[in-house]
Write a protein that binds this ligand. Structure first.
Ligand code: PMP
Length: 359
């Protein structure tokens, strides 16, 4: 049988160990999962209130075009509704773009280490993944531009970057975009956008006007705390959206996700508070690292990559025995590091204490 994944030796991408599996394996009743950059504060209480009061009709298909959510997003960003594509998480937006644009004979340029789905989808589509190493946790934009050729279809940029948390400022972004030829789609993955607070961090949506080959992705999975509902989106010129829309499944976002996302958009206060708590949580880790003499990347996301200078997998196992699931840096390109999602103040305190005991 001609099964693409078998031909390319692709294995399923397993993002983090599930809590129930760890509970069973170690006989633990409580698990704190800080492995997938979810929001430790959940989502806006308004979402829960709405569902309690209204419920949803499960028997009918969702609005496949997600009209109401699309309109709310368009209003939020002062864009037109035709400039959005909605997905089952931004994961699906990455898949849709790849499916629409990649094939054998084409290549796609990406930073590494970064979000693994850019490469995963490239392999499935039979395209060549051209990986350009980060420099000190940041994109090497010059080298990425140089790696682009006439067979390049997509260049991926991730800011803040997963797993390093580094961001790209406006000047760096625009200087890079200016080097990318028109036949290449620039995908700027901003899954952690809402968490970024650096003074020169820049809201790249404004750049859509000047760069017709730019597509920006964002998600409700992180700061909005709706990872379980699976809603992400892409923003681009209407012509790019129109060109990739045929690849989207007709009912790819569901009734629950669309409704929850729309309510969540209306609760700015919740979001602001989560972002504030996230900064305070990062400070807890920075203090710990300084005290312990560990190096780390200052992060604009809701996670931190810390170099413990010892086997990441062993440390990951040790933490798991204590009821904490984090991400070993081994699979992320940093073999002696851990990537830890910023939790609540208490969660951070506890895991830091466990780490102090292990080190
Ligand atoms: N992009 C990046 C950089 C991510 O870290 C993630 C999730 N870990 C995603 C995209 C996908 O997120 P989702 O599908 O939940 O929107």
């Amino acid at each position: 049988m001609n099964i693409k994944a078998q031909i390319t030796n692709l294995v399923p991408y397993k993002p983090g160990k599930p809590s129930d599996e760890v509970k069973k394996e170690f006989g633990l009743s409580e698990i704190v999962k800080l492995a997938s950059n979810e929001n430790p504060f959940g989502c806006s209480p308004k979402v829960d209130e709405w569902f309690k009061e209204n419920g949803v009709n499960h028997a009918i298909y969702p609005d496949g075009y997600a009209t109401n959510l699309r309109d709310s997003l368009a209003k939020k960003y002062s864009l037109s509704p035709e400039q959005f594509i909605l997905g089952n998480g931004s994961d699906e937006i990455i898949q849709i773009i790849s499916r629409a644009m990649l094939e054998k004979g084409k290549n796609t340029v990406m930073p590494v280490p970064s979000f693994p789905q850019y490469k995963h989808n490239a392999i499935i589509e039979g395209a060549e993944a051209v990986e350009v190493p980060l420099i000190n946790g940041a994109h090497d934009l010059q080298k990425m531009a140089e790696a682009i050729n006439e067979n390049t279809s997509i260049v991926w940029v991730c800011s803040p970057n997963n797993p390093t948390g580094k961001y790209i400022n406006k000047l760096e972004l625009t200087s890079f975009f200016d080097l990318v030829p028109d036949h290449v789609l620039i995908v700027l993955d901003e899954a952690y956008h809402e968490y970024a607070v650096a003074e020169d961090y820049y809201d790249a949506v404004e750049l859509l006007k000047s760069y017709p080959n730019l597509l920006v992705t964002r998600t409700f999975s992180k700061a909005y705390g709706l990872a379980g509902f699976r809603v992400g989106y892409g923003m681009a010129s209407p012509s790019i959206i129109q060109a990739i829309e045929p690849v989207r499944e007709p009912f790819n976002t569901n009734v629950l996700g669309q409704t929850a996302a729309q309510i969540a958009l209306g609760d700015e206060e919740f979001l602001e508070n989560c972002v504030k708590q996230n900064r305070l949580g990062l400070e807890q880790y920075y203090d710990f690292c300084k005290e312990a003499g560990l190096s780390y990347f200052p992060s604009q996301g809701n996670f931190i990559l810390i170099d413990f200078e010892r086997d990441g997998d062993l440390l990951f196992q040790e933490l798991m025995k204590n009821g904490y699931i984090v991400r070993s840096g081994k699979a992320l390109g940093y073999p002696t590091a851990l990537r830890i999602t910023i939790g609540s103040k208490e969660q951070n305190e506890k895991i830091i204490n466990v780490l102090k005991g292990i080190l």
